[in-house]
Design a protein around this ligand. Structure first.
Ligand SMILES: Nc1ncnc2c1ncn2[C@@H]1O[C@H](COP(=O)(O)OP(=O)(O)OP(=O)(O)O)[C@@H](O)[C@H]1O
Length: 491
């Protein structure tokens, strides 16, 4: 059947929204370049941009061989049916902890399938799943799901065997079953278990009931379960160490299965908050991921760029510059990859054929600005008011602002918003926090016999900061405030 409609008919058929086609068709009704045509027509820079995103797990991780081998040496116990030691993995953000741990898990699962040994890794991101209840419920449901699949497979096998045994009783000779009724009993028992296996709801039960469900689900069949808790410090920060305590003492009570834990953290000090028993059990093995240096980052980018970019689109200095910028930021591979991707996107947007050093510099500014916008947007209201006060002063040409000046404006803002006024001491603390976040720069200077004071300046672009602050509906309502700054006696 041929479609008799014109291209225009086809485009408008079934539309339930209005589009002005004159924007896309010229006066003679011919097609002009549409909104996306221009963007699509440029020679694309990327071969596969997804490869540069954090969600992609590379199958090669340069400069992490030692850590990967170390993990494998510990986890190989699972393939022998033994319990691997628990592992704690430390390292700053972007040092390849998650990528390496996931890589080793995939290899472990592949090998376990090949040798038919039941060992598996369950990954949990504790930034998302951050309470004992949710961790246990998520694990329980994963194992319940697997158990149901296992029962389905097993009952199918046993039904077949039952069929055979009814015709020929010798079919049961080398099995654990005495006769067909014995086998039938086993099938019925499995089906009864299956019927009882309900999911754990994500809220609402007492936590010990969830724990019991999880315990029964893991122990239902023989297996070694490695539980990988990424961002484990977030779990401890939010809900203490009960989950880790419970997981680390399970093995003494399990009959069929074994559990081992891999904890991943970028907070080197988080174990200080753990119960000593949990601390020693969790830290049986510790693996440290040091920051990458510029040369290592260069290798990592080189590997990824081969798959992600078209050939010859990167000018020579692009990768070294991305690596150098990211090495300055505590050797963060995620930052290096973000820079490279953003630089590529900027070149693509400009419809240029090569990515240059200038794109990398612009990408660095853009990423930095995005970070600032995000930090400012999520500040608590009081900190936003303090920052707003500093911004008002700068906008009115005041430099080397002191705390008293910030405090005066801050008080006026609070009055206008009819909100609580914090003490000057507390506001000084908030200024120090803004300093630590890199949003303002506060240096203590000595004023000779006038004592010491803080000189404060904004470290971020003023227009963008104002726009983000004003996007907060309460601050957006503030009328323009002109600071009254006392004459200063400079010495
Ligand atoms: N050696 C490496 N080779 C290739 N890519 C790497 C390497 N190390 C890290 N990466 C990449 O860098 C990004 C960040 O890595 P990853 O998520 O593993 O860091 P992390 O140490 O877990 O950081 P965080 O603590 O912030 O979670 C990912 O895209 C990862 O694929």
């Amino acid at each position: 059947m041929t479609d008799e409609r014109t291209p225009r008919d086809r485009r408008t058929a079934g539309r339930d929204f209005e589009v002005d086609l004159d924007d896309v068709l010229d006066e003679d009704g011919d097609e002009e370049d549409g909104l996306f045509d221009n963007l699509l027509s440029g020679e694309p820079i990327f071969e596969n941009k997804e490869v540069l995103r954090p969600s992609y797990t590379p199958d090669e991780l340069p400069h992490r061989t030692d850590q990967i081998n170390n993990m494998a040496t510990i986890l190989v116990a699972a393939l022998r049916g033994e319990t691997p030691s628990n592992i704690l993995i430390y390292g700053k953000t972007g040092t390849g902890k998650t990528a390496s741990a996931k890589f080793v898990s995939q290899e472990l699962q592949k090998t376990s399938q090949r040798y038919d040994v039941p060992s598996e890794v369950q990954y949990i991101n504790c930034e998302v799943t951050d309470t004992q209840y949710r961790v246990l419920a998520q694990l329980a449901n994963t194992f319940i799901e697997q158990n149901r699949d296992w029962i389905d497979r097993r009952t199918r096998e046993l039904e077949e065997l039952h069929e055979q045994a009814r015709e020929d009783p010798s079919a049961l000779l080398d099995t654990e079953f005495d006769d067909p009724p014995d086998l039938r009993e086993r099938i019925d028992a499995l089906e009864a278990d299956r019927a009882e296996m309900d999911d754990v709801p994500m809220t609402g039960w007492p936590t010990d009931r969830v724990y019991n469900e999880f315990f029964d689900a893991v122990d239902y069949v023989e297996r070694v379960a490695v539980i990988m808790l990424d961002e484990i410090d977030k779990l401890v920060e939010k809900s203490g160490d009960d989950t880790l305590y419970n997981l680390s003492r399970m093995n003494s009570e399990l009959s069929n299965s074994r559990v081992s834990i891999i904890g991943i953290s970028n907070d080197l000090k988080f174990t200080d908050f753990l119960d000593p028993r949990v601390k020693s059990s969790l830290g049986e093995e510790e693996i440290v991921f040091p920051p990458y240096d510029a040369n290592q980052l260069r290798d990592i980018l080189q590997h990824r760029s081969k798959v992600s970019f078209k050939p010859d689109v990167l000018s020579e200095d692009v990768i070294p510059l991305c690596a150098a910028f990211a090495a300055r930021e505590h050797g963060d591979a995620r930052r290096a990859l973000d820079l490279l991707r953003t630089a590529g996107e900027l070149a693509e947007r400009d419809q240029e054929e090569t990515v240059t050093e200038a794109h990398v510099r612009r990408a660095q500014d853009k990423i930095e600005l995005d970070r600032v916008v995000e930090v400012v947007r999520t500040l608590p209201t009081q900190s936003k008011l303090v920052l707003y006060a500093i911004m008002v002063l700068e906008k009115n040409g005041v430099h080397n602002i002191n705390t008293g000046e910030v405090y005066n404006i801050y008080k006026r803002l609070c009055e206008e918003l009819d909100t609580d006024v914090l003490t000057q001491r507390r506001v000084t603390d908030l200024i120090s926090e803004l300093d630590m976040l890199g949003i303002v720069n506060a240096v203590v200077v000595s004023k000779g016999r006038y004592g010491r004071t803080k000189e404060i300046s904004l470290s971020v672009p003023i227009e963008e900061t104002e726009a983000v602050l004003r996007a907060d509906s309460r601050i957006g309502d503030i009328d323009d405030i002109t600071p009254f700054v006392q004459a200063r006696f400079e010495n």
